[in-house]
Design a binder for this molecule. Structure first.
Ligand SMILES: *[C@@H]1O[C@H](CO)[C@@H](O)[C@H](O)[C@H]1NC(C)=O
Ligand SMILES: *[C@@H]1O[C@H](CO)[C@@H](O)[C@H](O)[C@H]1NC(C)=O
Ligand SMILES: *[C@@H]1O[C@H](CO)[C@@H](O)[C@H](O)[C@H]1NC(C)=O
Ligand SMILES: *[C@@H]1O[C@H](CO)[C@@H](O)[C@H](O)[C@H]1NC(C)=O
Ligand SMILES: *[C@@H]1O[C@H](CO)[C@@H](O)[C@H](O)[C@H]1NC(C)=O
Ligand SMILES: *[C@@H]1O[C@H](CO)[C@@H](O)[C@H](O)[C@H]1NC(C)=O
Length: 216
């Protein structure tokens, strides 16, 4: 018994290495353009969104280190939240600084084109919506939910994303300084967690290989 196990050891390591290499090669980081070619737009005359964002999100796989790319203009906002209550309310008035972030880029006129890139840095469920027009866009489904998987884990460049600066949307009722959320780095899990997770999944791979070899 002991002899067989000792002889098998190099094979086990080889197979484990193959599995880890295959998992890494099977996947890369992806930039997802929200709504596809239709982008992130709300037509207030037609009172509707340019794409069905719920269907778009349901048909897309999201992982840590991916980006959401919002092709839009300043008539819409990009709010990210981890709080379902805030998402369901369609407004940010009562939102907490710790779980809700605004990603708009500092312009104040209507209709100015902008591209907003949002890195996915936390696993699990998160929500996006536009709170422009006092939440009416969001109520017309300018909103979607995604679930972020582990994938390859966070790349080192995203372990400490800078917090987005808050800029009030044009025509916002909150201009007098009742500021909706600005980001905080505290929301990002420390990088050591990712190291532990990576070690953990390697360990799981090795155990799986060991079990299957013992089975043979
Ligand atoms: C994805 O978007 C980010 C942020 O805009 C950018 O830095 C990166 O180069 C893009 N990656 C690809 C593969 O286009
Ligand atoms: C918005 O919708 C109206 C009416 O359906 C249409 O005439 C107009 O071209 C649309 N505007 C944009 C910017 O797509
Ligand atoms: C948009 O449509 C919804 C119902 O679908 C309605 O409640 C709302 O008043 C409409 N808004 C405008 C500006 O037409
Ligand atoms: C889902 O995505 C695939 C590939 O990106 C596309 O071919 C397909 O039409 C999409 N389906 C829906 C329902 O959007
Ligand atoms: C979610 O946000 C609401 C305000 O929109 C706040 O009252 C509530 O405490 C938040 N929930 C959690 C779990 O932080
Ligand atoms: C942006 O909103 C303004 C004010 O509601 C409107 O006049 C303009 O047509 C909109 N622009 C686009 C490109 O939708």
């Amino acid at each position: 018994m002991m002899m067989a196990a000792t002889k098998a050891a190099p094979i086990r390591l080889f197979v484990a290495a193959l599995i880890v290499a295959a998992a890494a090669a099977a996947d890369t980081y992806t930039n997802h353009t929200v709504g596809g070619d239709a982008g992130w737009f709300f037509n207030s005359t037609a009172n509707k969104t340019s794409a069905d964002y719920t269907a778009w999100a349901a048909n897309t796989t999201f992982n840590l280190g991916d980006y959401l790319i919002f092709n839009t203009n300043t008539n819409q906002t990009v709010i990210q939240t981890y709080n379902k209550t805030t998402y369901s309310s369609c407004i940010t008035d009562d939102a907490l600084d710790s779980d809700t972030f605004q990603y708009d880029g500092g312009r104040n006129e209507f209709g100015t084109e902008m591209t907003i890139s949002v890195p996915l840095t936390i696993e699990g469920t998160q929500y996006y919506f536009s709170d422009a027009d006092d939440g009416e866009q969001c109520e017309q489904r300018m909103a979607f939910e995604i679930k972020v998987g582990h994938g390859l884990g966070l790349p080192p460049s995203l372990n400490q994303p800078p917090p987005p600066a808050y800029v009030p949307p044009p025509g916002s009722a909150n201009d007098e300084g009742e500021s909706p959320p600005a980001g905080t780095v505290a929301n990002t899990p420390p990088s050591s967690n990712y190291a532990v997770m990576t070690g953990g999944s390697f360990f799981v791979s090795v155990v799986v290989v060991l079990i299957s070899l013992v089975g043979c």
